[in-house]
Design a protein. Sequence first.
Length: 436
Amino acid sequence: MVIKEPRKFVTTDQGHADVLNIPITTLYENDQELAAQVESIKSDPAANGVASKEALDAHAVNTELHVTAAKQAIWDSAQANAELYTRNNAAPKAHTHPASDLPSASTQARGITKLNNSVSSSATDEAATANAVKQAYDEATAAKQLGNERKADVVAALVAIGVAASTSDTWTQLISKMAGVIRATGNATVAQVLAGATFSNATGNGRTGMMPNRSAENHHQPAKQSAVWAGDLTFLMPPDGYYTGDSWVCTPTPDLKPENLLVGKNVMGVAGSYVPNEVLTLSGLTGKDGTTNGANLDTWITNVPSNRLTVISSASGITLNTITSQYTDNYALSTIMLRDAAGRDIWIQSTSSVGSNVNNYLYVVQIIIDPINRRYRSFYYTQIDRTIQSTAWTAFASDFNASSMQLVHRALVRGTDSYKGRATAYYPESTWTFKF
């Protein structure tokens, strides 16, 4: 660093200028002296009583103890005094003592003791040898192993009778569980106890029953077997299992129906309605004169059983007659129909008159209704052709219910005048109905 000399004040009044110039000169001289000292320290720090950076770094890594001479003298004096005391008072490494100088060991004090090789001694002032300790250890290990084995046997026995136990249980816990065991004495078997229920007997605990709960399965349990003593009793054998008082044991009886039983007979509460070879006679006239325009007049002829053949026969023929009046829009219909409980009709035979002053006759000689095979047919002749003709067997409609049927005559007349016509069915006294 270069120290520049400051400029001095120069004025016409030099006296006042020197008041400032003298301090400036002094400061400049001081700066020069300081600069010279700095350069001297840089070139030779040691000569100027200053440690160099290299000396400071070397001192920082030096691990030797640095003390003053006075401190070192104190330490040396202490070491000499310790060595002198040791020489004058400490016992040598190799020395002996008489036995009377050494105290005996006891349970209350330390001292010398005698070694003892016995594993059964009860002395309190002797010490066991390693051999004695080894013998005791082996005995203890064997006893522990035997205890573990017996514990496992106890646990297995408890588990076998349904008591939860583990070898991790303490003996206190196992003894408590053994004390709580009540030995069962019953003789019930799994087949005699309801399925899912647990029980104990003389052979074990925690057994599960296997008897089926039939009432839970079905309140109408099918019988395993059935038998009938004719004229006496009916027997039903229930499947093995448990039943409540609300359960029934049943067997299929599809043919046990009133129509299959004779009238006057009762089987298991079913009253018979079957009348064998029923023969009825029909006679008289059914139908109407046309006083109510367009209204049907249906007249019951007979019931038709669902399990028997019904035959209606007339030697001269049931007469179906229709008559119209003078007007061309007059219409008359006379028909015999088979009707089920739902009101569905099957037209078996009919005749009709259309127009003015028309008079038609149809003579039905025989009607056969076969509900078992769901079919019917008829025999007839007309007023023009007296030759008896027949219809082919005709099947019932698929939705026709043959379990409850009746034979019906329908009369219908309509037209513009007050007397619209006539529609009738006449049954001669020789008309018979057979049901067999």
